[in-house]
Every structure is written in structure tokens, then in C-alpha cells.
Design a protein around this ligand. Structure first.
Ligand SMILES: Nc1ncnc2c1ncn2[C@@H]1O[C@H](COP(=O)(O)OP(=O)(O)OP(=O)(O)O)[C@@H](O)[C@H]1O
Ligand SMILES: [Mg+2]
Length: 306
């Protein structure tokens, strides 16, 4: 299967009196049907990458492809839905008129426009305000309308720049469900986000971008399982001799030990040895880092090197 989005050694320098290198040798690939998260601090280069994909800004060096094609064309763009950051709608239009105008641009039939906009207003909880001017919308309502706009023409690739920005916790959960439903229909979703706990819940793969450079990429499982270990709390401390007799068991504190691995057979061997010493196991906890911990560790390690 070929990638839906890929970039190779992509570099972007914004020209001007003070040049800004927003991306440097940035290479990633997103497979069909994935939810992919691009993570990074403010100014890392996330929006720049999206803008390059969409032809809004030009790359300086390197290349990218969409749907396996290096050539940018009009038809391709029609198969992409996009939510920009801080989306703004025309002042004079109601929400319904805004979507209808865009639907006509996509050459959708009037009956389909009516059906599709109705469905999306319901999906995003906007039915009651659909005939109000979008400029009167709250931040979260505006954002919901932006998501409806990105989904309007039922595109196969959906690119969302901070989709849950300004949305309350209940709404965020609803959006997660919507994204998961889209994935189950075979859609590919590319999102930028700062909300790592949320990203961890829905994405298949992520890339960590820092000051324009790719630091890590992989599935959530690959990235968060690196530091997996078990903590074992026992009823009494081990003597030095006992400690030496149990390989792979490391002392943390008086009655707390650690097995640096996730191998269940090995864990049970350790438990057997401890139990043979007539010691009780009081607690066993599987510890793994979450995405936020991994993100901060990765960024800090890079800061120390550079
Ligand atoms: N038009 C521009 N001209 C000059 N520099 C720019 C331009 N647009 C962005 N930049 C700079 O490029 C870098 C990357 O910006 P970008 O908007 O891609 O970051 P981001 O990761 O999306 O950040 P945020 O999380 O705050 O949205 C920043 O240093 C920014 O100041
Ligand atoms: Mg941005």
C-alpha cells in the first residue's frame, strides 16, 4: 500500500530580512486509513508543513507527495478536507450559507448539499444555530463549523490543524468519536495537536517535530513501550545475598523492586523466586510512559544536545 502523505527531506525557509528555517530535512509517511498526529511546541513547524501540503506556501527544498502523486492538481485537492488553525467564516453568511457556498464550489448537487449540511450540523451539534451568522458563534461553535466544512465533500484525506482548539471536554470526546468513525470508514486523518493525552487516545502514529526537525516517529505503542517495566512491592526487604540470587530484579527502595522489562515469563520466574523465599508479593504494577512524558523527554534531550 502506498502512502497517502509523504515528505522527503523537506526544508522550508521563510524569506525576508530575518530568514526563518521552519522545517529542515523533514521526512514522514502516512499510510491510508491511519490517524496520524504531528506534535510539536509552538513554532515547531506543524502548520507550515500542512500549508506546504495544501499548496498555500512553497517548500524550499525536498519533496512531498499526496495520494502517491508528486504532481499537484485540482482534482487531488478536491479529495482533501482541511481545517485551518483559527478558521474565520465570511461575516455576512449564516453557517448554512457558508457550507452551501463551499459545496457549490465542490459542484455538489443541491439535494446532496441539503442532505449533507443537515447531517453535519447534527453530527457537530450545530442544528439549532445553523441559520445564525457564523460571526456570532462562540470559539467552540466556530471550530465545530470548521470541522463540518472540512468533512463537507466527504474527502478521503482530512487535515486538521488543532481540531479541538476551543472545544469543551464533552465536545472533545464527541470529536474523537467522529474521527474514529471516519477512520472506520477508511478515511485518513492528519492532525496537528498540543493535547497529548487526546492524541494518545486516537492516533495510530505520531511524529515529534522540534524546531523544524523530526525527532521521533512511530506508533504510539512503539514509542510509549520503550520504558515499560514492572514494579513489585514485597512484604520485606531482600538481603544482599537474596538480591544477587534474583537476576533482573533491581532495588528501588526498601520493599520496592523493579523488573526492567515487559516479558511476562521472566516476571513470573522472578515472582517464583521471591515466593520461594517465603516473601509475600503485595503489589505488581506495570509502568509505561505516556505520550506526554515521552514528548517532554524527547524535547529536553534534544535541547541538551543542541
Ligand atoms: N509567513 C511567515 N513568515 C515568516 N516566518 C513564519 C511565517 N509563518 C510561520 N513562520 C515561522 O515559522 C516557524 C514555524 O511556524 P508554524 O506556524 O509552522 O508553527 P506551529 O508548529 O504550527 O506552531 P503553533 O503550535 O503555535 O501553531 C515559526 O518560527 C514561525 O514564526
Ligand atoms: Mg500551528
Amino acid at each position: 500500500m502506498s502512502e497517502i502523505v509523504s515528505s522527503k527531506k523537506l526544508t522550508k525557509i521563510y524569506p525576508g530580512r530575518i530568514k526563518v528555517k521552519a522545517l529542515e530535512d523533514f521526512s514522514i509517511s502516512v499510510m491510508p486509513g491511519q490517524i496520524f498526529g504531528l506534535l510539536g511546541q509552538n513554532g515547531a513547524g506543524k502548520t507550515t508543513f500542512i500549508k506546504i501540503l495544501l499548496g498555500i506556501t512553497r517548500l524550499t527544498e525536498g519533496s512531498f507527495s499526496l495520494f502517491g502523486s508528486n504532481e499537484y492538481n485540482h482534482l487531488l485537492k478536491k479529495n482533501i478536507g482541511y481545517l485551518p488553525e483559527n478558521i474565520q467564516f465570511p461575516e455576512v453568511f449564516t453557517a448554512r450559507q457558508s457550507l452551501a457556498a463551499l459545496a457549490r464550489f465542490y459542484e455538489m448537487e443541491p439535494s446532496l448539499i441539503k442532505k449533507r449540511t443537515g447531517e453535519l450540523f447534527e453530527l457537530l451539534g450545530l442544528e439549532k444555530i445553523a441559520d445564525r451568522r457564523a460571526k456570532t458563534f462562540s470559539k467552540g461553535q466556530n471550530q465545530r463549523l470548521g470541522i463540518a466544512r472540512a468533512l463537507l465533500h466527504d474527502p478521503d484525506l482530512i487535515i486538521l490543524d488543532e481540531p479541538t482548539d476551543g472545544i469543551d471536554p464533552v465536545g472533545r470526546k464527541e470529536i474523537r468519536t467522529i474521527l474514529q468513525d471516519l477512520k472506520s470508514k477508511g478515511k485518513t486523518i492528519f492532525l496537528n495537536s498540543h493535547i497529548l493525552s487526546e492524541v494518545e487516545m486516537i492516533t495510530d502514529s505520531v511524529a515529534i517535530l522540534h524546531k523544524g526537525k523530526l525527532l521521533r516517529t512511530g506508533t504510539i505503542h512503539e514509542l510509549t513501550h520503550e520504558n515499560t517495566h514492572f514494579e513489585i512491592k514485597i512484604s520485606r526487604g531482600l538481603t544482599l545475598e537474596e538480591e544477587n540470587s534474583i537476576v533482573y530484579l533491581e532495588k528501588i527502595s526498601e520493599k520496592l523492586y523493579r523488573y526492567n522489562g515487559s516479558e511476562v515469563t521472566e516476571l513470573n520466574r522472578i515472582i517464583d523466586k521471591v515466593r520461594n523465599l517465603e516473601i509475600l508479593i503485595e503489589e505488581i504494577t506495570l509502568r509505561k510512559s505516556n505520550l506526554e512524558e515521552l514528548f517532554i523527554k524527547t524535547i529536553n534531550a534534544d535541547e541538551r544536545v543542541n
